[in-house]
Structure formats: structure tokens, C-alpha cells
Design a protein around this ligand. Structure first.
Ligand SMILES: C[S@@+](CC[C@H](N)C(=O)[O-])C[C@H]1O[C@@H](n2cnc3c(N)ncnc32)[C@H](O)[C@@H]1O
Length: 296
């Protein structure tokens, strides 16, 4: 939510101070650069107000699974890192983006709060292979698959969070290239979309001897799928994860195991009673946490 702080200009971009959860940070003015909760084409930095629920779910996850070092490697304005520092006790983070203005604003945002965070203008693949993390977030526009192996190597025993927005490609022949499927999906099915994405990631993790197991999947129909994977280093964990891959509804391989971890989810729901977020936002997040495959 926009605060009353007025507009600040940085390199010609109009920024406003924005409140989300219990954090404040500068973003491109949503009244000027957003439509329907998504950034417009001329937005100087990609910031999506309608990703607030998934950012809050990330915060809840790390309030119940504490980490020290976070990699926000598609950082935009740095919203995820700022929120994890201020609301989930993250101690240090590395933020990176290829957009120099995003890096400048992310640096403003972390400096404003005196966070132990470094911002680098770097391609995510380089950031992932240059630093060690307990958790990384691949909040990419498109497919996270090209960055997945570097992420699994970078966290070892940790967490990989990611976003997929190219959901249309699952229904076209591109599904073979983009998500390692043996053919496209036929009928619209948000849960199957999540199972395909997890299936591809589990195989990529296994290729670098990491077992990846979903802790939650959040489907925002037609917009994006968010996946949180807990990773365990070692061939035996990788083999154990691969055992959950099957053909389902005429396509494969897809993840056939649980998409959410019920214990983690109930702890996250309880944690929702302890946050001081706007009550309307708490209701939205609670609704998303209510289903088995989380649907926002
Ligand atoms: C969806 S936006 C990130 C939004 C941000 N995580 C948030 O929650 O507000 C994706 C960002 O990735 C950046 N980007 C695109 N390709 C990249 C790459 N190869 N390496 C690093 N950043 C990249 C874009 O400049 C953009 O800022």
C-alpha cells in the first residue's frame, strides 16, 4: 500500500514509499506504472503489487524455517530481501538484478533500513555460483528452469523458492523444451501445472546430486506458480526424490508426491496470528494457505 511519503525521483523514475506486510520500501509509483497489479511495459523496475500474497507466504515460511543467508537473485526493488530481514530474522543477504536502476533502488531500500545486505548488478546465474546461501528466490519472469541447477548447487542443504510465469508454454510443444515433459498438457489444470514444474525441478536437482522436496506450491491461476523446495545434498536423497516421478493424465514425468507439507502449513497458519499486517491482507493470505495445493 502506498504511504503518504510523496514522490521521489531517481534517474527519471517516480518512486513512492510503499508498505507491505510490516515493511516499507521504495517502488515505482503503482498509480503510474502498474495495471491490474502487474507492472506496465514502461515500468522502470518490475514490481508487482499483486505478488504481495506470495511474498507474505515466503515471509511466513521463513518465520517457521529460520535461515541466515538469503539470495534475492531477481531482486527488482529488493522487496523479498527487505521483508525477510525485517519480518523473518534473516541476517544477511545478497541481492542481484540485471537492471541497474533496480539495483540502485534495491540498494536505497536495504541501506534505509541498515540491513546487512549487498546489492550486485549481476546475472542471476553468476550470483548463484558466486555466493553461498541458505535459501534463494528465483522470482523470474518466465521459466526458472535455466537457473535451477545453479540454484541447487548454491544452496546444498537449504531452500529454493521460485516463480514460473510462462504457464501458457505448458500447453504447447514448448513444454518439452521448457519443462522437460514428453508432450504438452491438454486441459487447463492448475494442480497438474504445479506437478509438471516440480517434476522438472526435481530432475534438475537430481542431476547435481540434490534431492528436492516441495514444502508448498502456490498456484495463482493464469498468473504464476510459486514453488518452495527443501533440498538435501547427496545421491540417495536425489534418488529418493526421483521415485516420486510418474506419468499422470497422459503426460510425464511429473511429481506425484505431496505438493505441500501439512506440518509446515499449520505452523505457517499459526504464525499468521502473530503478524501485524493489515487485516484484509491477513485474510487473503489465510485463504491461500487454506487449500492443499495453495490457490491464491
Ligand atoms: C519478476 S521481477 C522481480 C520482482 C521482485 N523479486 C519482487 O518481488 O518485487 C524479475 C526481475 O528479474 C530481473 N532479471 C531478468 N533477467 C535476469 C537475469 N538473467 N539475472 C538477474 N536478474 C534478471 C528483471 O530486471 C526484474 O527486475
Amino acid at each position: 500500500m502506498r504511504t503518504d511519503g510523496g514522490v521521489k525521483r531517481v534517474a527519471g523514475a517516480e518512486l513512492v514509499l510503499y508498505r507491505e506486510g510490516s515493511s516499507e520500501f521504495y517502488v515505482p509509483d503503482p498509480d503510474r506504472y502498474c495495471e491490474g497489479g502487474l507492472p506496465t511495459r514502461d515500468a522502470p523496475i518490475a514490481f508487482a503489487p499483486n505478488a504481495a500474497v506470495n511474498r507474505s507466504i515466503l515471509v511466513l515460511f521463513h518465520r517457521v524455517n529460520r535461515i541466515e543467508r538469503f539470495g534475492d537473485v531477481f531482486c527488482g526493488v529488493g522487496a523479498r530481501a527487505v521483508r525477510l530481514h525485517l519480518e523473518a530474522g534473516v541476517r544477511e543477504s545478497v541481492l542481484s538484478d540485471v537492471n541497474p536502476l533496480a539495483c540502485r533502488v534495491a540498494r536505497m531500500n536495504v541501506t534505509r533500513h541498515g540491513l546487512r545486505a549487498r546489492v550486485h548488478c549481476l546475472d542471476a546465474a553468476i550470483a548463484l555460483s558466486s555466493f553461498d546461501f541458505d535459501a534463494v528466490d528465483l522470482d523470474v519472469h518466465g521459466s526458472p528452469v535455466p537457473f535451477a541447477q545453479a540454484a541447487f548447487r548454491g544452496v546444498g542443504d537449504g531452500y529454493v523458492h521460485l516463480t514460473a510465469t510462462d504457464l501458457e508454454s505448458l500447453y504447447t510443444p514448448a513444454a518439452r523444451r521448457k519443462y522437460l515433459l514428453d508432450g504438452p498438457l491438454r486441459d487447463r489444470d492448475p494442480e497438474l501445472e504445479a506437478r509438471v514444474i516440480v517434476g522438472a525441478l526435481v530432475r534438475l536437482a537430481a542431476s547435481v546430486d540434490v534431492g528436492a522436496f516441495p514444502r508448498y506450491c502456490l498456484v495463482e491461476p493464469g498468473l504464476r506458480v510459486r514453488v518452495c523446495l527443501e533440498c538435501r545434498r547427496g545421491k540417495s536423497h536425489a534418488n529418493r526424490a526421483l521415485e516420486h516421478l510418474r506419468r499422470e493424465r497422459g503426460v510425464g514425468p511429473v511429481w506425484s508426491g505431496p505438493l505441500t507439507d501439512e506440518r509446515t502449513l499449520s505452523r505457517m497458519r499459526r504464525e499468521l496470528d502473530r503478524v501485524d499486517w493489515r487485516s484484509e491482507h491477513v485474510r487473503e493470505v489465510r485463504r491461500a494457505l487454506g487449500s492443499n495445493v495453495l490457490i491464491a
